[in-house]
Design a protein around this ligand. Structure first.
Ligand code: GTP
Length: 596
C-alpha cells in the first residue's frame, strides 16, 4: 500500500441534492458493488439491522479505482450518519478528509446547506470539487446554477464545474478522475507513533462497538493492545479492516487510510467520537486535536411514554454513542417517574435526537419543553446552575438571575435584510454590527439564547426562503429579570411543566398557555382548574371542562343542601385527584414551547 494512492473525500450537499445516489454510482463504477448486489444486498442488510435494532450502518466505504493514469487508487468516501444539518457533524467527517465534492442540484440551485457546508469545507482547508447534479432533469437550470456556484466565493470564481446525472451515471467517471487529480494524497505526520482519529462509531450486538478511524500517523496492526487516549481505556483490536462496504479484514491500516476497528468494548460511553487511538505499550505523547468540544446549551427531560424505562435507557445510550454533542443523565420527575435530563446543541438538535430515538430504536418518548440553563444567585450568596426549571429555587430565595447570551451572525442576501432584521428584533436581538461578506450581508446580534434556540431558526428559514444562514457563539451570562412559572393542575404543582421566562412576557405567555392546556389536558369526570403561578400567585387560570356535566354547578333543580353536599364530595375528590397522576400527552409539553 502506498499513501500516494489514497484519496479521502466527503460529499457535501443540501438535503436531497443526490448525495446517496452519487455514492451508489461511485461504488458501482469502481465495482465495489455490482448493480444487482446493490439493490438486493444493501436492502437486506438494512432489514437485518432493523430487525436487530442496531444502528443503520454508516456508508463510509473504500472503493478501489483504476484511474486514467494507469494506477490503482483507494478512494475513501467518508460519510456521516444521520442528518447533516449540523455544522459539527459535517466538520467531523471533514477532519478525516483532504477534499470534498460540493454537490448542487441543477433544479434547485445553491441552498442554505450548500453555503454553510461550503464554508466549513473551506475553513477546514479541503480541496473542493464543485459538481452540478440532475442535469438530466426537465427542470434543470444548469447555466443559472453554474453562475450561482461561481458567485458563491472567490475560491470558486474560475473553477471548472462538472455536470452530471448521478441517476443515469452521466459524467460520474469525470468525478472520479477529478478526485484523483484535485484532491491531494494524505500526508502522514510525525514519525511512527500510532495516532488514529475516531470519526464515527456504531454498535454491533455481537462484536460490540466498531470504531471508524482515520489513521493519522503510524501503522495500525491487528491483535495489539490499543488505548483510547481521552478515556484511558485499553482494549485488544480483534480485527481491523476497510469497509468495501462490508467489513473487509486487513493485517494493518497505514497512515492516511480510513477503516474500522472492532473494539469489543460494550459500553458506548467509552468510545467517544473525536478521541485518539494509540498503542497501549507505546502511546503517543499528545492526542489529536479531535473536535471542538460541544457544550450542550439546551436541556430537556426525556421520559418513557409507552416504552419501558429500560428500553429508553438503551436507546439513549446508543444514540449518544455516535453523537458526542448529546449529553444525558438520569433524573426522576414527580409527575413522570424516572427518565433523563438531556443536553443538546439547540432546539433542532433535540428534534433530531428525538426522531432518531423513535425511528432507529422504536421507543416512544415524552420530551418536556426545552430550556436553557440559568445562573441563580440566592439571597445567601450561593451560585446555582439550574438545568431543570422544576428545580428553580423559590422566589423568596432568589437574589438575581443571569441568562445565557449569544452573538449571532445571520448571513443574508441584501434584499431580505429588512425582513431578517424585523424577525431578529422580535426575538430580542440587539443589533451590534452589519458587515459585507462577499455579496451577502452579515447582521450581527447579541441575543438571549432562550430566544434563538427554539423557533427562531425555522422562522429565519421561512422569512428568507432558506437563503439566510445562522451561526451563533455563546458570549456568557447577563443579568435578566426572569421568573419561574409553575403549572398547577387540580391544585398540585406538576414539576415537569415548570418553565422560566422573562417577567414581562409572563402574563401573555401564561394566558396563551392555559387556553391551550384547556384542550390538551385529558379530561376527567370533574372540572380541573389549571393555574399558572408566578411568585406564589396565580396569574392565569382556566378550568378543563369535565367529561360529563357537573351536577353541583349545573342548573338542575336541587336543594341547596344537596348541592352543598355534592360540592363537599367533589372537594374531597379534588384533593385525591391532585395526588392522582394524570397521564400527560406530548401536546401538553409542546404547548409550553409554542407560547414561550
Ligand atoms: P439525503 O440523504 O436526504 O440528504 O438526500 P441525498 O442528498 O442523499 O439525496 P438522494 O441521493 O437520496 O436523492 C434525492 C432524490 O433525487 C432521489 O429521489 C433521487 O432519485 C433523485 N436524484 C438523485 N440524483 C439524480 C439525478 O441525477 N437526476 C434526477 N433526475 N434525480 C436524481
Amino acid at each position: 500500500k502506498n499513501v500516494k494512492q489514497i484519496r479521502n473525500f466527503a460529499i457535501i450537499a443540501h438535503i436531497d441534492h443526490g448525495k446517496s445516489t452519487l455514492a451508489d454510482r461511485i461504488m458501482e463504477l469502481t465495482d465495489t458493488i455490482s448493480e444487482r448486489e446493490q439493490s438486493d444486498q444493501l436492502l437486506d442488510d438494512l432489514q437485518v439491522e432493523q430487525a436487530h435494532g442496531v444502528t443503520v450502518k454508516s456508508r463510509t466505504v473504500t472503493n478501489e479505482y483504476q484511474a486514467g493514469d494507469g494506477q490503482k487508487y483507494e478512494l475513501n468516501f467518508i460519510d456521516t450518519p444521520g442528518h447533516v444539518d449540523f455544522a459539527y457533524e459535517v466538520s467531523r467527517s471533514m477532519s478525516a478528509c483532504e477534499g470534498a465534492i460540493l454537490l448542487v442540484d441543477a433544479t434547485k440551485g445553491v441552498q442554505a446547506q450548500t453555503v454553510a457546508n461550503f464554508r466549513l469545507a473551506k475553513a477546514a482547508g479541503l480541496a473542493i470539487i464543485p459538481v452540478i447534479n440532475k442535469v438530466d432533469s426537465q427542470s434543470a437550470e444548469v447555466d443559472r446554477v453554474e453562475s450561482q456556484i461561481h458567485n458563491l466565493d472567490e475560491l470558486l470564481k474560475d473553477e471548472k464545474i462538472l455536470k452530471i446525472s448521478a441517476k443515469t451515471g452521466l459524467g460520474v467517471p469525470e468525478v472520479l478522475e477529478a478526485i484523483v487529480d484535485k484532491i491531494s494524497a494524505p500526508t502522514a505526520d510525525d514519525g511512527d507513533e500510532l495516532k488514529a482519529l475516531v470519526f464515527d462509531s456504531n454498535y454491533d450486538q455481537y462484536k460490540g462497538i466498531v470504531a471508524l478511524v482515520r489513521v493519522v500517523s503510524g501503522n495500525l496492526t491487528k491483535q495489539r493492545q490499543l488505548r483510547l487516549m481521552a478515556n484511558q481505556t485499553d482494549f485488544n483490536a480483534g480485527e481491523v479492516g476497510i469497509l468495501t462496504p462490508d467489513k473487509n479484514p486487513q493485517d494493518s491500516l497505514i497512515a492516511g487510510e480510513v477503516g474500522y476497528i472492532i473494539t469489543g468494548i460494550k459500553d458506548p460511553q467509552k468510545v467517544r467520537i473525536g478521541d485518539t487511538i494509540t498503542y497501549a505499550e507505546a502511546p503517543a505523547k499528545v492526542t489529536l486535536p479531535g473536535y471542538e468540544s460541544s457544550e450542550p446549551v439546551v436541556f430537556a427531560g426525556l421520559y418513557p411514554d409507552e416504552s419501558s424505562y429500560a428500553d429508553l435507557k438503551l436507546a439513549v445510550e446508543k444514540v449518544a454513542l455516535n453523537d458526542p454533542a448529546f449529553h444525558y443523565r438520569e433524573e426522576v420527575s414527580d409527575a413522570l417517574g424516572p427518565g433523563f435530563r438531556c443536553g443538546f446543541l439547540g432546539g433542532f438538535h433535540l428534534q433530531i435526537i428525538r426522531e432518531r430515538l423513535v425511528d432507529e430504536y422504536g421507543v416512544s418518548v415524552l420530551t418536556t419543553s426545552p430550556n436553557v440553563t440559568y445562573h441563580v444567585t440566592t439571597s445567601d450568596g450561593q451560585a446555582l446552575t439550574v438545568e431543570n426549571p422544576g428545580q428553580f429555587p423559590d422566589f423568596s430565595e432568589v437574589q438575581y438571575v443571569e441568562e445565557p447570551f449569544v452573538r449571532a451572525t445571520i448571513s443574508t442576501p441584501n434584499e431580505l435584510l429588512s425582513e431578517v432584521m424585523k424577525l431578529a428584533e422580535q426575538y430580542k436581538g440587539e443589533l451590534d454590527d452589519l458587515q459585507d461578506n462577499n455579496g451577502l450581508i452579515d447582521a450581527i446580534y447579541n441575543m438571549p439564547l432562550s430566544e434563538i434556540a427554539f423557533e427562531f431558526f425555522n422562522k429565519l428559514k421561512s422569512v428568507s426562503h432558506g437563503y439566510a444562514t445562522l451561526s451563533s457563539k455563546m458570549i456568557g451570562y447577563r443579568v435578566a429579570d426572569m421568573v419561574q412559572v409553575d403549572v398547577r393542575i387540580n391544585y398540585a404543582d406538576v414539576d415537569s411543566l415548570a418553565f422560566v421566562t422573562h417577567r414581562l412576557d409572563a402574563p401573555k405567555q401564561t394566558q396563551e398557555l392555559v387556553h391551550k392546556l384547556k384542550y390538551t389536558i385529558p379530561r376527567k369526570l370533574y372540572p380541573m382548574p389549571v393555574q399558572a403561578m408566578v411568585e406564589g400567585k396565580a396569574i392565569a387560570r382556566v378550568d378543563v371542562p369535565p367529561l360529563r356535566k357537573n351536577a353541583a354547578v349545573s342548573g338542575d333543580k336541587k336543594s341547596v343542601s344537596k348541592k352543598q353536599a355534592l360540592l363537599r364530595r367533589q372537594n374531597i375528590n379534588k384533593r385525591k385527584a391532585a395526588q392522582n397522576d394524570i397521564k400527560l400527552p406530548q401536546s401538553v409539553f409542546n404547548a409550553i414551547l409554542e407560547v414561550h
